[in-house]
Design a protein around this ligand. Structure first.
Ligand SMILES: [Zn+2]
Length: 304
């Protein structure tokens, strides 16, 4: 099965486990706030990324010293489900992030957990791994992060502005709060920021290729349009010259027009500029145009 652009980006992010404890904590925090469910009654993380599935148990052990109560077979494919249901573990996790385990307050981004830049990066990386996706740039530009927590979405919106200097767009979809990016440069910046530099380059390359293709197409269309106009005009002029010849009028034309006739007849495909250069002495393009128009006009008059 071909892996998607999104799956590759996630695999890239999973290459190394954070070295620092603060970053491991921050990444777990991002995962928890953007995963399928995180509350006093349990944690549920569902992923299709094999690399993320391999990372989760190690990361949670390092950051929080807890193991999952439900965890898939490492070799299994498709959707993988991780769960923590043990009240003692949940209590410990809530406490570690500064939430009152018994409280009913809505979850939010505890800024003390992501004070340093290294931790902001780790937090957003966790959010992307658990609740994010990015579209193949060949199909379109779209990166999104989804959380079920309203205040988390609001705070992540501000966080993205702080670290990336642009605001994401927002939407609500099926009870989820979606933050998303549609501009290729913002998507590549965001991927580079969280550490997916290969995926980031992929976005940039796709855009350059698209721009190049557009440019080539535009030039072709433009050339074709010009060529057909030149051909049409030349045919009209040759038709006019034929009429004038049939009536024996060519020899009576003034020298300037006679020159134009012989230049056009011997160069049926030449452009105005090329014909103008053939005149003796050479003339400007508008002047050449004027001479040829005069021929067409004369033919129209005698043809009546
Ligand atoms: Zn850190």
């Amino acid at each position: 099965m071909a892996s998607s652009f999104s799956a590759n980006a996630k695999a890239e992010l999973c290459r190394n486990i954070p070295q620092r404890q603060c970053c491991a904590m921050a990444e777990c925090f991002g995962i928890l706030l953007f995963c399928n469910s995180f509350g006093a009654d349990g944690i549920r993380i569902i992923t299709e990324s094999r690399e993320f599935a391999q990372r989760l148990p190690r990361l949670f052990r390092k950051a929080l010293g807890v193991a999952f109560d439900v965890q898939p077979d490492p070799e299994s494919a498709g959707k993988q489900v991780f769960q923590i249901t043990d009240p003692e573990k949940l209590h410990r996790i809530m406490d570690a992030y500064g939430f009152d385990p018994a409280g009913t307050l809505s979850l939010h981004i505890n800024l003390a957990m992501i004070e340093d830049d290294c931790c902001k990066i780790s937090f957003l990386r966790g959010a992307f791994l658990a609740g994010g996706s990015v579209t193949d740039p060949g199909k379109g530009y779209h990166l999104e992060l989804t959380t079920v927590h309203q205040s988390v979405s609001r705070e992540a919106y501000a966080l993205m502005q702080e670290v990336l200097s642009f605001y994401p767009k927002t939407a609500v979809r099926g009870g989820g709060q979606v933050l998303y990016l549609k501009q290729s440069d913002q998507i590549s910046d965001c991927l580079a920021y969280i550490g997916a530099s290969v995926a980031s380059m992929g976005i940039i390359e796709a855009r350059l290729e698209k721009e190049l293709n557009n440019k080539v197409n535009r030039r072709c269309n433009c050339d074709e349009a010009n060529t057909s106009k030149v051909v049409e005009a030349a045919q009209e002029q040759l038709g006019a010259i034929r009429v004038l010849r049939e009536r024996g009028l060519v020899e009576q034309l003034p020298a300037k027009l006679l020159q134009a006739v012989s230049a056009r007849e011997s160069h049926p495909e030449a452009s105005l500029t090329e014909l103008a250069a053939l005149m003796e002495p050479p003339i400007t393009k508008p002047a050449m145009n004027h001479r040829l128009k005069k021929l067409v006009q004369l033919a129209q008059e005698v043809g009546k």
